[in-house]
Design a protein around this ligand. Sequence first.
Ligand code: PQS
Length: 403
Amino acid sequence: MTATAQAPTAVPTSDVDPFSHEVLEDPLPMHEELREAGPVVYLNRYDIFAVARYDETYAALVDWQAFQSAAGVGMSNFRYEKPWRPPSIVLEADPPKHDAPRRVLQKVLGPRALRRLHDGWAADADALVDEVLARGTTLDAVADLAATFPLRVFPDAVGIQKTGRENLLPYGDHAFNAFGPDNDLVQKGAPRVAELSAWVNTQCQRDVLNPTGFGADIWAASDRGDITPEQAPLAVRSLLTAGVDTTVHGISAVLYAFATNPDQWQRVREDPGLARVAFDEAVRWESPVQTFFRTATTDVRVGDVVVPEGRKILMFLAAANRDPRRWADPDAFDLSRDPSGHVGFGMGIHQCVGQHVARLEAATLVTALARRVRTIELDGPTKRHHNNTLRAWESIPVRITLD
Ligand code: PQS
């Protein structure tokens, strides 16, 4: 990354386990410890390198030549260990193989597609908010809103069948656990992997998908020769893997942010145009995707440390997104800051290809809430959902007052 004439120095080490339940419950103290330890830290427990500062995380994300994805973006190295499912053709691939499926997804999930979806999703968001508020003014922001809205709009947009959609969240939960070590969270998911994978793979088949939707658009791209017919179902699988849990927990994050920052809610109420920046600020502040890995393709220098060829490096997106070297008052959820440049969606050639879909889901829901909800506040103890990769919520009880 940096070419200097100096000899590599000893790397600071840490005994933390980023995937322990204690850390997953509250990772912020560990993030600070790792940022302060140095530009690169060696994690004894897993025999891996880690970056937690903004500059080094950004640099690792954009340097796809030195930090490859094809050996897996989880802790396990595909060179030595068989992945739990056939690798993703975009996430777990490098140029040139990565590029054709990436371009297809970029087009399928691009501005034209989203313009067609906007009005329907806005109406769906209004209908959900009306429905939830008709039941009363105490609700669970996770179960009633964040976990409901994406499941109402996204599977239909992909064009999958109605039966079995309850499999989507457990499948994604396992996929994101599987990027971490083979701990209790992975073991918990293991008994259902075969069943869930079979259902998801069936949804990716051309004759099962609706004739319109992201899925059909991907198959049409294979008809044009933009990707192969073998790649088409795997590209659909990427949407179903990466597009559900992430948006559920991202929307949970923005709702939690508003429930705990009433002044910021009032700003969105006054200017619903802030809904989008609110979502990005929530993605920076909470980092629904906390971490993932790359693999060094060569001996690569990060700061004063050489990460040897073949070794895994863990990127703490969440720590980078609150690095005081980059962000003023990093722990504040503040709609007057410009959150652009956050690495919550990654950076570089692998940056989240579904981010515009996620923003549209979040913005339509937040806008629908801003139309009717005067105040939103916590109404009981919140509960985290532990996942090796995702910063997730089980429950956010809230009390709402209406206009
Ligand atoms: C897929 C794509 C992206 C897929 C780590 C992983 C992912 C954010 C962080 C992810 C997972 C799966 N997203 O192509 O299946």
